[in-house]
Design a protein around this ligand. Structure first.
Ligand SMILES: *Cc1c(COP(=O)(O)O)cnc(C)c1O
Length: 466
């Protein structure tokens, strides 16, 4: 968020009053630095109090981000906060843990043995997508130069379904690329394979497939896309790569659907990113990107940092950050192993499918996703009611649940849906409570005399949609 000077109204309140048990009421300026120091324990309690009225993270069914970790992981992460991930020379063991994580992911994503994969940790998928996009841009440029194409004649473009996450729009704005979106429609809530190749031309740097569309939880058909790209590439000068944005799915599918082919098994999948803090089960922020082979990462994007008297290559947009999230990721890999991850992901999916079937049984909603891919359940209204999904979201908030309602992307904006993201800390018992609260909310809305929304088809974004 960007912040600026407080407005007049806020300046009047530039003081907050806090008290902690027997302490006198304490007054602090809010928007400038207090003159005197505050005892650390007291400062802790004051700030803790300040944060009291935020939502309960585990009832936030809007976010994909982890809201619960093992106490041993939290201890380990708290004890390693001071380690700087970029300082490979001072923290060679930490660098080694990162290397192990990249290797584990390359293996989970079936990196071919005869190629030299390369990858790195990032702050999240957004940074990873920037790196993936940049690698495609630089690679295109190099190939275009040797193919004798005028690289400045036309703006370059990137092809993706209109269900993209905002990081791709950012990538395109920041690095001056045209974002070409293949619209979703009623029959294609993921990338439309009948139309996608119409968007490709010789200035296309790559196609992004999404494993886990943020809006609906659907998987793009990456295998089908790969077949189309294969045919195109046989005749094209520039062989179009596929980047898989697996922010949520790349840590879910390997465990829950190991036979689904979406990863480096496919000939044109060049790079894959994921968010360690989504189904990698780590607190934010940690992300990863792996390229199938070093040849996909142009040399000019790689910088050397010193490491044990020598140097090692790095590729990142950020420089200094704590290594504790990397260590948390390795903790999960080590402590859960393949079977632990699989147990959690399958259980999470069962909870999602249970919620989906209960939601469907109310008879009021049509399911758009039943949690069968990533464990996301979403639905729209089927019957005519005086209330809409925004009202239902407001009502659920009264029992602490955050369940956003929002319009579908470009072309389907008239359809408003509601979405639940099931994470490992939403167990069957909590899901049952949620369903009870949902039914109560429906009864209340049916009987309510005051309705807050103005019109049925009013479009507004409500809550978090990430
Ligand atoms: C969440 C998400 C992102 C952004 O990930 P962060 O780790 O939050 O930066 C990108 N793409 C998709 C498909 C996502 O779901």
């Amino acid at each position: 968020m960007l912040h600026s000077r407080p407005d007049e109204n806020e300046v009047e309140q530039d003081c907050y009053h806090s008290s902690v048990f027997s302490e006198e009421i304490l007054n602090f300026p809010k928007y400038h630095l207090n003159e005197e120091s505050v005892d650390p324990e007291l400062a802790y309690r004051i700030i803790k109090n300040d944060l009291m009225d935020e939502g309960n993270a585990r009832q936030n069914l809007a976010t994909f981000c982890q809201t619960d970790m093992e106490p041993a992981a939290v201890r380990l992460m708290a004890e390693t906060l001071e380690k700087n991930a970029i300082d490979k020379s001072e923290y060679p063991q930490t660098a080694d843990l990162e290397k192990r994580c990249v290797n584990i992911l390359a293996d989970l994503w079936n990196a071919p043995k005869d190629k030299a994969f390369i990858g790195t940790s990032t702050v999240g998928s957004s940074e990873a997508c920037m790196l993936g996009g940049l690698a495609m841009k630089f690679r295109w440029r190099k190939a275009a130069e040797s193919n004798g194409l005028d690289i400045y004649r036309k703006k370059l473009n990137l092809v993706i379904s209109s269900g993209f996450q905002v990081c791709w729009e950012k990538f395109c704005v920041y690095w001056d690329i045209e974002l070409r979106t293949v619209p979703v429609d009623e029959n294609h809530l993921a990338i439309n394979l009948d139309r996608v190749m119409d968007y490709v031309d010789e200035h296309t740097i790559g196609i992004v497939a999404i494993m886990g569309i943020t809006y609906t939880g659907k998987y793009d058909d990456v295998k089908g896309l790969n077949d189309l790209v294969e045919i195109y590439n046989q005749k094209a000068d520039y062989k179009i790569p596929i980047h898989v944005d697996g922010a949520s799915g790349a840590m879910f599918a390997p465990f829950a659907s190991p036979d689904l082919e979406w990863d480096f098994r496919l000939s044109n999948v060049m790079s894959i990113n994921t968010s360690g803090h989504k189904y990698g089960l780590v607190y934010p922020g940690i992300g990863w990107i792996v390229w199938k082979d070093q040849e996909y990462v142009p040399q000019e994007l790689i910088f050397d940092v010193s490491y044990l008297g020598g140097s090692i290559p790095t590729m990142a947009i950020n420089f200094s950050r704590s290594a504790s999230q990397i260590i948390g990721q390795y903790f999960n890999f080590l402590s859960l192993g393949f079977s632990g991850y699989q147990r959690i992901q399958l259980r999470t999916r069962r909870v999602a499918m249970f919620m989906a079937s209960e939601i469907e049984k109310t008879g009021l909603f049509e399911l758009i996703n039943d949690g069968d891919n990533i464990p996301i359940v979403c639905w729209k209204m089927k019957t005519d009611k005086k209330w809409n999904l925004y009202d239902l979201a407001d009502r659920l908030r009264m029992s602490g649940w955050q369940v956003p309602a929002y319009p579908l992307p470009e072309n389907l904006q008239k359809t408003v849906i509601q979405r639940v993201v099931v994470r490992q800390d939403l167990n069957r018992q909590m899901a049952t409570l949620f369903i009870e609260d949902l039914k109560r909310a429906i009864t209340d809305l049916d009987q309510a005399r005051i309705l807050f929304s103005s019109s049925e088809d009013e479009i507004k974004v409500h809550g978090f949609t990430h």
